[in-house]
Write a protein that binds this ligand. Structure first.
Ligand code: B12
Length: 492
């Protein structure tokens, strides 16, 4: 078995002892596409810059991850092992997958082979830190962007000093959970890691994966179900557009041409998105850019024209619904008027667009489901695609949790929401909604549902696409893929 483990030594700083650090990227979920562990690479490079020796073990493509870990720990003694935990579950009500049990098995294996301080980090940790720490028994975690905090934590561990007071760190002492807020300015020192050094890029590329790039942190929107403000805070921290463009140029020049902006909302603040696009135009990069995280608020002809000139080959609009009643129940911060206006803008432009809907939110009824589907059937161009998700993952501390409790559809305590629980408006049922979506999909080959995202042959389709020379995003080919699969008898 081939184990891909990359080791890099940083410049040794006299002030602290050099630590031997292993970062494990635990994500093995290949649906809808294997995503590069951006955060794990960023944290690895930050620790290396602080003078440590860092190895990164990415479990994504390994046939036997537990065996791989035993082999790695058999060869080297580490002073700290950090786990990058991206997903708790796949937020799919139709075919739920829960990833924390795999994480627990992994940690148990490590505990049997090594007596090393263990640290948790990653997006999942920011969503439910206490629950994940209790489930895994790990007593130290970094909450939030970690490029500054993780090296500080390692420094404390190296000196054998107490670390529990550090900003941005969570601890579990004597069964008591404590988290310290991250201080401002503790973010993004390394927005564009050198992925080729740490990861098996050939495998990612052959699955049509894209290079993630984030132009800011923060979210101002107040969607009732969302965790983004919990993850990134509500104040914006904007990256310099010029250095974003330089990073895109650097990636494209080294052959990584498919770049995806992973901001939670790419086009807000509007002027920042424009500034990033203008810097990209000036940089003359040769990348193919995409972002599926656009919001119909501040979406207009000018933005789309500039995005097209900047090198975008696909965009996604997360509209969720075309009904005022549902958009207001979800507190999206826009209404059906903006959704219809966005369709007009898309129509006048060449850029392919993926429309993303979320059915079953507070206020959804049979009529509002029909309203949204009629919008999609009438306004989405055949060359574009639409994705309909049904049911909303409920997270503790969100307004959706409060709504669900008030409506009597959630009775489990907040601490028991780690295993996925889904909200669906009491006025519609999931089967009926799914039936309506399927009817619409029968007449629109460019429409998809949650099943399409977890379709078992998706990795094979991506690899075949890569061999045929297709470029990401794969959703641009939805109507051809669905037609092809139907022609061989598959009910997709
Ligand atoms: C963009 C995005 C996507 C894109 C990714 C595109 C790409 N090319 O990468 C797409 C649309 C493909 C996607 C898909 C999915 N996503 Co998504 N995604 C995001 C989003 C908005 C940003 C992720 C990102 O790249 N952030 C930027 C990087 C740099 O940050 P980071 O990795 O978190 O790293 C920082 C910290 O976490 C920390 N850190 C990371 N690792 C480590 C390790 C250690 C040791 C330490 C100390 C710290 C640390 O430091 C890092 C830098 O400072 C997040 C929400 C968010 N705001 O984070 C959701 C999010 C991660 N996704 C989520 C989910 C569920 C999914 C899907 C399962 C959905 C689905 N059914 O399709 C899939 C899974 C894909 C897969 N194969 O794993 C959830 C995970 C929570 C959960 N319930 O499990 C999130 C949190 C959104 C949410 N619902 O709240 N996603």
């Amino acid at each position: 078995m081939l184990i891909c483990i990359r080791v890099r030594c940083g410049e040794f700083r006299e002030s602290i002892g050099r630590m031997n650090i292993l970062i494990i990227s635990t994500n093995r979920n290949a649906y809808p596409v294997p995503v590069l562990p951006a955060g794990a690479c960023m944290v690895a490079e930050a620790a290396e810059r602080a003078g440590h020796t860092v190895s990164l073990l990415d479990l994504m493509f390994l046939a036997d991850p537990l065996q791989a870990i035993r082999a790695v720990l058999g060869k080297t003694m580490y002073d700290v092992i950090g786990f990058s935990v991206r997903n708790i579950d796949n937020i799919d009500m139709g075919a739920p997958r829960y990833f924390i049990n795999e994480l627990i098995a992994l940690i148990d294996t490590i505990r049997r082979s090594a007596n090393t301080p263990l640290v948790l980090g990653g997006a999942a940790l920011m969503v439910m830190p206490e629950e994940i720490m209790r489930a895994t028994g790990i007593t130290c975690a970094v909450i939030g962007d970690s490029e500054v905090v993780f090296p500080r934590l390692v420094e404390k561990l190296a000196r054998n000093e107490p670390w529990e007071d550090l900003p941005g760190v969570a601890s579990m002492v004597g069964g008591k959970f404590r988290t310290n807020p991250t201080a401002p300015g503790l973010s993004h020192t390394c927005a564009g890691p050198d992925y080729g050094r740490w990861l098996n890029m050939k495998s990612y590329r052959s699955h049509l994966s894209t290079i993630p790039l984030q132009t800011k942190l923060g979210c101002r929107f107040q969607c009732v179900y969302c965790t983004y403000r919990k993850i990134e805070g509500n104040a914006y921290q904007l990256s310099d557009p010029g250095s974003m463009a330089e990073t895109a140029f650097r990636y494209a020049s080294s052959g990584f041409r498919d770049i995806e902006f992973v901001d939670n909302v790419f086009n807000f603040p509007y002027n920042h998105a424009l500034a990033v696009c203008e810097a990209l135009i000036r940089s003359k990069h040769r990348a193919r850019l995409q972002s599926i995280e656009l919001n119909p608020v501040s979406f207009d002809h000018h933005l789309l024209a500039v995005m097209a000139r900047a090198g975008f080959v696909g965009i996604g609009l997360t509209v969720e619904s075309a009904s005022d009643q549902v958009l207001s129940g979800l507190r999206k911060g826009f209404f059906a008027r903006e959704v219809y206006a966005a369709a007009e803008v898309v129509k006048c432009n060449q850029l392919p667009c993926l429309w993303i809907f979320l059915l079953g939110g507070p206020g959804e009824t049979r009529n509002t489901v029909r309203e949204t589907l009629r919008f999609a059937e009438k306004f989405i161009r055949p060359q574009d695609a639409a994705l309909f998700n049904i049911g909303i993952r409920m997270y503790p501390g969100t307004e959706l949790e409060t709504i669900a409790r008030r409506q009597g559809v959630l009775s489990l305590p907040s601490g028991s929401m780690l295993e996925p629980l889904f909200y669906i408006s009491p006025e519609v049922d999931a089967d009926w909604t799914m039936g309506q979506v399927k009817q619409s999909m029968n007449s629109h080959m460019n429409f998809m549902n949650g099943d399409s995202m977890s379709f078992s042959y998706l990795p094979q389709i991506s690899r075949l696409g890569h061999r045929l020379g297709l470029k990401p995003p794969l959703w641009r080919y939805t109507r051809y893929i669905r037609r092809g699969l139907r022609s061989v008898g598959m009910r997709v």
